[in-house]
Design a protein around this ligand. Structure first.
Ligand code: AMP
Length: 433
């Protein structure tokens, strides 16, 4: 069955530990047609499906999904039910782009998923145990749902693959780096890359002129320093545990603590892993939740541990902004993005407190009343303070389209049969750099 060129879609899948986000774009223009997620609560087989799209009132319902593979099936059925996709042909999908958190040193750019890529993603799961396995499950589920469709993996680590050596190498025995590969990778690269581009657009400046500090503050948090379009520092490291305080991860801590709790309190590696990934951060300090909104609500009601957690969180963001600004030798703009950065005016106020010394002057009214994307700085502020809605799915759709265009020049075609034929060619160049 032939599908007209204008009906071709790009599907983006972002599989996390407890959710599967998806978005459907027009393949040629990357216009967003529909987006949604399947979100699990705890260990239940029940999940919440959300779907919104052009000419569609938001859909929200409980669904049965025992795995990420079943989540993909649920997402596909919902897209078909609401006529964003046809029930039949895989050929209506030009490309599927996946967010893959850890690409190690092997993947410095987006790649077509093949057997070798799958194996590498699986091997890297030890470094991103919450993220790489769900991505792999989603890739396999897409292959079953749309046999033969081209899948492109877009890596969170790729954006940071050219960090300078002084940012990459930890001050540990050098052989840990040279022989064991212990190094800074950096994460959230898709979001940092998008925000850097978007900041340049908002400022009507060329990215190559700008010194930017991007604060991605969500469940996971990271700050990066972008100098003239190139990331030169970032707070996340060898794993997504490093850097800022997060929902349930501590960020940077004295490594001596890890030695001490093993020696003095007998914690096993598994217990340490669990404590660092699931019991620390906002949750650990507040005892309330890993969810920023819940901690903010508890703090407002006078919960002192919640107040302490928020203070530590803001202090660490402020320090990271300062460090990034100094690394850049000055800052033209900082960006707040992701769930906390976009939504918590009080966190933004606390995070830039005292940063007038860097030329960053927040407009209190704009901060309380503005929606992304916009500038929150006082008019006279030398540096800008931007509020940007991160759009990782759009970035992945663009990357996937660009990858296909570069490798097969399919965007010049206007019939799906042609495109599908081209997409199915197996002699395609592979990029594993
Ligand atoms: P993300 O990982 O980008 O989805 O961000 C998730 C985090 O954003 C959670 O900690 C949420 O509590 C937080 N968040 C979402 N909406 C708000 C809001 N309106 N105010 C404060 N925090 C929020």
């Amino acid at each position: 069955m032939e599908v007209g060129w204008c009906l071709l879609r790009s599907l983006v899948v972002n599989a996390g530990s407890s959710s599967l986000k998806f978005a459907l774009f027009a393949a040629d223009s990357c216009e967003l047609l529909a987006r949604g997620n399947v979100e699990w609560m705890g260990d239940s087989d029940q999940a919440q499906l959300r779907l919104s799209g052009q000419s569609l009132a938001d859909v929200k319902r409980s669904v049965l999904a025992r795995s990420h593979a079943e989540g993909v099936t649920v997402a596909r059925q919902a897209l078909v039910e609401h006529s964003f996709l046809q029930a039949g042909p895989a050929s209506q999908i030009a490309v599927v782009g996946h967010r893959v958190v850890h690409g190690g040193t092997l993947f410095q750019s987006s790649v077509r998923v093949d057997e070798r890529v799958r194996t590498a993603i699986a091997e890297l799961a030890t470094l991103a145990p919450l993220h790489n396995p769900p991505a792999l499950a989603a890739i396999e589920a897409i292959e079953s749902a749309f046999p033969g469709v081209t899948q492109v993996a877009v890596f969170d680590t790729a954006y940071f693959s050219n960090l300078p050596p002084s940012a990459v190498v930890y001050p540990l025995p050098y052989e840990w780096f040279s022989e064991w590969g212990i190094r800074r990778f950096g994460f959230h690269g898709i979001s940092h890359a998008y925000c850097a581009q978007r900041a340049a657009e908002l400022l009507h400046r060329d990215l190559s002129e700008l010194r930017l500090v991007i604060c991605h503050l969500g469940n996971g948090c990271s700050v990066s320093a972008i100098c003239h379009g190139q990331p030169i520092a970032t707070t996340m490291g060898f794993t997504p545990l490093d850097g800022l305080m997060m929902g349930s991860r501590p960020g940077s801590i004295d490594p001596g603590i890890l030695l001490d709790v093993q020696r003095q309190h007998g914690l096993s590696i598994e217990q340490l892993d669990h404590a660092l990934n699931h019991e620390s951060g906002l949750l650990g300090v507040s005892g309330v939740s890993s969810d920023f909104r819940a901690v903010e609500a508890a703090a407002r009601q006078g919960n002192e541990r919640a107040q302490l957690a928020l203070s530590i969180y803001a202090d660490r963001v402020r320090s990271a902004i300062g460090a990034a600004a100094v690394t850049l030798g000055g800052v033209d703009a900082i960006v707040f993005t992701a769930g906390v950065g976009q939504n918590s005016a009080s966190l933004r106020t606390a995070a830039v407190k005292g940063l007038d010394c860097l030329g960053l002057q927040l407009d209190g009214v704009r901060n309380e009343t503005s929606d992304p994307d916009c500038d929150l700085a006082l008019t006279e502020s030398p540096g800008r303070i931007l509020l940007i809605e991160t759009r990782e799915e759009l970035m992945i759709a663009r990357e996937a389209r660009q990858w296909v265009a570069q490798h097969w020049a399919f965007l010049g075609g206007n019939k799906c049969s042609h495109i599908h034929q081209v997409l199915s060619l197996d002699s395609s160049p592979r990029s594993h750099t």
